[in-house]
Write a protein that binds this ligand. Structure first.
Ligand code: TXA
Ligand code: MG
Length: 310
């Protein structure tokens, strides 16, 4: 159910959960000081309680009261990438509720760019916001996706389709440098001119990843996805690119042009959701793309989406 900015404010203010748009994906929002609503976020999403939430704010002055320390180059990153699809994991003080940080000494912070959400945050103050999807499933980049997962009556602030289509990049300062704890809408090279180095991507293969959420199944449709560099030879359903041919394919879902990974990113989750809508059992995804820039994030999401082990 679409709600206006003032209705979203009223609902959040009275302790309800509301879905709100961001430039990356839709989020499920609750007031930072509303433990009942935060509990509801975990139960609505079926999210394990040990997976902490990102605190979204309108500006750095809304974040500062929660910080115990400022790591090197924090101000530079904040100035160059906020508002935008960057989340920073920072040492937090006791003002961040344990429920939000899942008992960790740190908390995650982001200043989103979407104009409606910024207006809401300026008005109401910081909101916690995980992605507005059932845990393990593809994120929501359109209102219909939120309604599919949480029902048509669920209140959603209508911000149209999300432009980036992939979640924010998460950085953490460790061992003297910023490192990527979750790949996202900003590829590593986006940080080079600000930091003077390429942040290392932390391997998530360990049992205890830096972002607790990374150990869970993610982004996966019901459809069994097979990643292939020879998709043009496949006779299955294919997820491919508008500038390529798949002569044997049973059906083709187009993700965009190979020259435009930004378009592919924007369509990715919507396309994964279409596979489920169309009850496709199995699909081959064309992954014959360069493992650089935004493609790196797209390939990481596809790899997780195709993982049947979780
Ligand atoms: O683009 C985004 O980041 C979206 C929009 C709505 O802002 N949000 C989002 O939230 O992707 P979520 O909850 O789906 O993913 C947040 C990730 C999880 O993997 C969680 O484990 C990690 O951030 N995280 C949160 N707080 C953390 C902390 N203190 N230390 C390490 N990881 C943290
Ligand atoms: Mg998520």
């Amino acid at each position: 159910m679409r709600v206006s900015l003032s209705e979203a404010y009223r609902l959040l203010h009275s302790g309800h959960v509301v879905a709100v748009p961001t430039e990356t994906v839709y989020g499920l929002a609750a007031g930072l000081e509303r433990p009942g609503a935060i509990d509801q976020i975990f139960s609505l999403k079926k999210r394990p309680a040990n997976n902490p939430l990102i605190i979204h704010a309108a500006d750095v002055s809304q974040i500062s009261p929660f910080l115990a320390a400022y790591p090197e180059d924090f101000a530079l990153l904040a100035r160059n990438f906020w508002p935008g699809p960057l989340t920073l994991i920072l040492e937090a003080n006791q003002k961040v509720p344990p429920q939000v940080r899942a008992g960790l000494p740190t908390a995650a912070f982001r200043i989103p760019q979407h104009s409606l959400t910024r207006a809401l945050l300026e008005w109401i103050g910081p909101l916690v916001m995980p992605s507005a999807n059932l845990s393990g499933k593809p994120s929501a980049t359109k209102i219909e996706h939120v309604e599919h997962d949480f029902g048509e009556k669920f209140p959603v602030l209508d911000g149209g389709a999300c432009g980036c289509g992939l979640e924010s990049t998460i950085l953490i300062f460790r061992e003297g440098a910023w490192q990527i704890a979750r790949q996202g809408a900003l590829p590593p090279d986006a940080f080079y001119s600000t930091l003077g180095y390429l942040p290392n991507i932390i391997s998530q293969s360990s049992q205890e990843p830096i972002c607790p959420g990374q150990k869970y199944k993610h982004y996966a449709p019901e459809t069994h996805l097979i990643l292939s560099k020879q998709a043009s030879q496949c006779s299955t359903v294919v997820l491919g690119y508008n500038d390529r041919n798949y002569p044997l394919a049973k059906k083709i879902y187009f993700l965009g042009q190979t020259s435009r990974p930004d378009q592919v990113a924007e369509k990715l989750y919507a396309t994964l959701r279409e596979l489920d809508r169309d009850s496709i059992q199995e699909a081959t995804v064309d992954v014959d793309v360069p493992d650089i820039g935004l493609w790196k994030t797209i390939l990481e999401r596809l790899s997780k989406a195709s993982d049947r082990s979780g």
